[in-house]
Design a protein around this ligand. Structure first.
Ligand code: PEP
Length: 232
C-alpha cells in the first residue's frame, strides 16, 4: 500500500517543516508514505525526512533537462535536491494549465528515464461519466503511458477531487480493474479520501493505495489514512 499526500499550492517551507517534524514522530511501518509539497518546500521536506522511510515527490516535472522553459523544473534538478518522484497529469494541471495526454507522457517518460518514481493521474469528468465515457477516457489517457517498475497510476475521478464526493468502493474497484487490464502497474485511488472512508476504499482488491489532497494537509487525518492502509 502506498499513501501519497498531494499538498497542492499549500504549505510554504515553514509549514512544511512543521508537518514533516510531526510526521517523523508517527510509527508508520507497513505502508509506503510519500509527501508531495510545492516546489519551494521540497528541499526542507527532503532534509527533515532524511533517514526515514517517508519519500518526497514533486507535483510536476518538465521533460527537458534544462532550457528556456520559464516556470518549469527538470527531473535532474529534482534528483539533485534528493527528491524521489513526481506526480504528472494531475487533473488540475490538465484542466487549469493546458496539460494534454501528450505532455503528460513526455513528463512521465523523462522522469522515469531520470530515475524518478512517477505517479501519473487519470480520471474522467462528471459529464464524461454521465455520458458513459469513463472507460474511453481512461483508455485514451493510459494509451500514452508505458508500464514501468517506477510507475504507478492514480485513478482520480475529476468530479471527486476536492468536492467531498467520493467514488463508491465499487466504482473505484471497477475503474481500477479496468486500468490494470490496460497497464500492469499499481493503481492508487484519489478523490476526497478521508479517514472516514479510507478503510473501505483501500479494502478493494485492486486499490493499491491513495493519492490524498485536502486530507493530507492535516497531520492527524493524513496519518489516520496511513494507519487505515496498514490495516487493510
Ligand atoms: C488530489 O489532489 O489529488 C485529490 C485527490 O484531492 P482531494 O483528496 O482533496 O479530493
Amino acid at each position: 500500500m502506498l499513501i501519497a499526500g498531494n499538498w497542492k499550492m499549500y504549505k510554504g517551507p515553514a509549514a512544511a517543516a512543521e508537518f514533516c517534524l510531526g510526521l517523523r514522530e508517527h510509527e508508520l511501518d507497513g505502508v509506503d508514505v510519500v509527501v508531495c509539497p510545492p516546489f519551494v518546500s521540497l528541499g526542507v521536506a527532503v532534509q527533515l525526512l532524511a533517514g526515514t522511510e517517508i519519500a518526497v515527490a514533486a507535483q510536476n516535472v518538465h521533460w527537458e533537462d534544462e532550457g528556456a522553459y520559464t516556470g518549469e523544473i527538470s527531473a535532474s534538478m529534482l534528483r539533485e535536491l534528493g527528491v524521489y518522484g513526481a506526480i504528472v497529469g494531475h487533473s488540475e494541471r490538465r484542466q487549469l494549465f493546458g496539460e494534454t495526454d501528450e505532455t503528460v507522457a513526455r513528463r512521465a517518460d523523462a522522469a522515469l528515464e531520470a530515475g524518478l518514481f512517477v505517479i501519473a493521474c487519470v480520471g474522467e469528468t462528471e459529464q464524461e461519466r454521465e455520458r458513459g465515457e469513463t472507460e474511453g477516457v481512461l483508455r485514451r489517457q493510459l494509451s500514452v503511458l508505458k508500464a514501468d517498475d517506477n510507475l504507478v497510476v492514480a485513478y482520480e475521478p475529476v468530479w471527486a477531487i476536492g468536492t467531498g464526493k467520493t467514488a463508491t468502493p465499487d466504482m473505484a474497484q471497477d475503474a481500477h480493474a479496468f486500468v490494470k487490464v490496460l497497464l500492469d502497474v499499481p493503481v492508487l485511488y484519489g478523490g476526497s479520501v478521508k479517514p472516514e472512508n479510507a478503510a473501505e476504499l483501500l479494502g478493494q482488491p485492486d486499490v493499491d493505495g491513495a493519492l490524498v489532497g485536502g486530507a493530507s494537509l492535516d497531520l492527524d487525518s493524513f496519518t489516520a489514512i496511513c494507519r487505515a492502509a496498514i490495516h487493510s
